[in-house]
Design a protein around this ligand. Structure first.
Ligand SMILES: [Zn+2]
Length: 547
């Protein structure tokens, strides 16, 4: 070959390679299906840190063929599960959409409240309290509600998650169904909010009838790959890890088949909980004919096991590294399923997290990185005792939730004492804890001197009907929790920096480090679908995807 023919050969060869890319079906006017996947507790850095553990069909496929917002932040505190799911789907923050925590003190009824608790409904497929759930505490519409409103409720919307709140809040108020898991019985359930006839669809009963939990737990939990492939974990047996319910050691192999008494609860804290959630999602897509009709359908799937495993073992455990290797395989399998059933390019897929997570402080201490843990209820009791001795008032602080104190208004007002002086006393006492940095009366937040990022997140998280009266911040890497395992909830990037990946219908490959927010997800879906944004939205459509 001469140089010229050689050049021609290469040009022809590379042109053919370009044309030999997988053929994408020309996109339809609207996607046949939207799939939103929330990975509970997924830190953004897991996308890259566990890179070597991933195959080609899961995270790597999405990263190479989809669009990644590498710098997506949660714009409020507290960074908890219910708030995250509500924010992703409403584009709102606690001050606008009403979900201020997993739990809070509801001032209108003078009682504690769980985010999705609803005493007016009963379980369907369950007779216990796990079924008494609905989205009634969520004030706002979700983007899934707006999709239903956009076409007179022709779109089908279903939410699925082991956690009630992970299924119910994303599916919104007008959903066709939400399904969650009852660990007393090992069954997937719903409530009379969705099924007035008190009957689960036959396909859900059929799914439950196979006792999927028993099948999965019989497989135990062993490492997916040879031990030498795991490079991101501490010693497997260490003092910073908790146990799976029913086990006595935090190490592999996890003999789940031995957990006869606790298996229904324990599956939550294993990767089998992830696989089972994908199984139910596939069954829903098939049996409900989702993505097969004239209108866009929406499946909101939330993977909870990642959070249970993360809390128990922490981000530097062999268990978490293996969990993400396995999640990646489940994801690859799910994308293949969608390609076959809905068609490549016919579905819009996004993946994000409801919050991330801190490292275990004891583990960090080994490497001289500062941190620690505390107990907010103990702080409440200590400060209450100090108020009692200074002012002769008992239980002045009623609850400690979400790094906030709720004051006992009736007791304070009836005391005849100067309430403002007592509030100032609490703030002063809080600041005496060595790990507390700020303590602030939330009503007066605007007049308070503090870093703008923290202040904005606190202000977005403040809802006068449901939030506490006094909030405190702590030094980085201090959290309300124990020596073992870990948690989340703070403003810091380790809790607030989440993945945000888009893939499929009308999504061009790319990535950006532009700072965007969790609140931008719902208005972006709305913009892509040409529908109204949710009614408490404060986010902005991501123009990288919409132009
Ligand atoms: Zn959590």
């Amino acid at each position: 070959m001469t140089n010229k023919t050689l050049a021609l050969f290469f040009i022809t060869f590379f042109s053919i390679s370009v044309f030999a890319q997988p053929r994408t079906i020309p996109p339809t006017q609207k996607p046949k299906l939207v799939i939103g996947v929330v990975i509970d507790q997924m830190r953004w850095d897991y996308l890259h840190r566990f890179d070597k553990m991933y195959g080609q069909g899961g995270f790597k496929r999405i990263l190479s063929q989809g669009y990644s917002f590498e710098n997506t932040l949660i714009p409020y505190t507290p960074t908890y599960t219910a708030v995250g799911h509500a924010c992703v789907y409403t584009g709102g923050v606690p001050s606008t959409m009403g979900i201020v925590g997993n739990d809070w003190f509801e001032k209108t009824i003078d009682n504690r409240m769980y985010c999705t608790a609803d005493s007016t409904v009963t379980g369907v497929g369950s007779t216990n309290a796990a079924g008494k759930m609905s989205p009634k505490n969520l004030w706002a519409t979700t983007v899934t509600d707006e999709l239903r409103l956009s076409n007179n409720f022709k779109s089908k919307v279903i939410g699925i998650s082991l956690k009630d709140r992970g299924a119910i809040l994303p599916a919104g108020h007008s959903a066709n169904a939400a399904y969650w898991y009852d660990d007393a019985t090992g069954k997937w359930i719903s409530s009379t909010y969705y099924f007035k006839n008190d009957q689960l669809p036959k396909w859900v009963n059929d799914f439950n009838a196979t006792d999927p939990v028993a099948k999965y737990m019989a497989k135990d939990w062993n490492l997916l790959l040879p031990l030498s492939a795991y490079t991101q974990a501490e010693n497997d047996d260490n003092e910073f890890e908790n146990n799976i319910s029913g086990e006595t050691s935090p190490s592999f192999p996890h003999k789940l088949s031995k957990l006869t008494k606790t298996k229904y609860a324990a599956i939550r804290t294993t990767p089998h909980g992830t696989s089972m959630s994908f199984d139910l999602a596939k069954a829903a897509l098939i049996n409900e004919q989702m993505g097969k009709g004239e209108y866009t359908d929406f499946l909101a799937l939330s993977i909870s096991s990642t959070d249970y495993i993360g809390h128990t073992f922490g981000p530097n455990s062999l268990e978490i590294e293996d969990t993400y290797a396995r999640l990646d395989r489940d994801l690859a399998d799910f994308l293949n399923f969608l390609d076959m059933r809905i068609g490549r390019g016919n579905y819009l897929f996004f993946l994000t997290a409801d919050h991330a997570v801190a490292h275990n402080p004891g583990f960090l201490e080994q490497y001289q990185i500062p941190g620690g843990h505390f107990d907010d209820r103990k702080m409440k009791d200590e400060i209450n005792a100090a108020i009692d001795s200074a002012y002769a008032i008992k239980d002045a602080i009623r609850y400690a939730y979400n790094y906030q104190f709720y004051l006992n208004d009736a007791v304070l007002e009836n005391s005849g004492k100067n309430v403002e002086a007592i509030k100032a006393f609490i703030v002063k006492k809080l600041k005496q804890y060595p790990y507390v940095v700020h303590a602030v009366e939330l009503e007066n937040l605007a007049a308070f001197t503090m870093n703008e990022t923290q202040k904005r997140m606190m202000s977005n998280g403040y809802n006068p009907k449901r939030s506490g009266d006094i909030q405190f911040t702590v030094k980085p890497q201090y959290f309300d929790g124990n020596k073992k395992g870990t948690t989340h909830g703070a403003w810091n990037p380790y809790d607030a920096h989440i993945p945000l990946l888009w893939f499929g219908w009308n999504i061009k490959p790319g990535e950006t480090n532009r700072e965007v927010y969790m609140t931008d997800i719902a208005p972006t879906v709305a913009a892509l679908l040409d529908i109204q944004m949710p009614n408490a939205n404060v986010g902005k459509a991501l123009v990288e995807l919409t132009r």
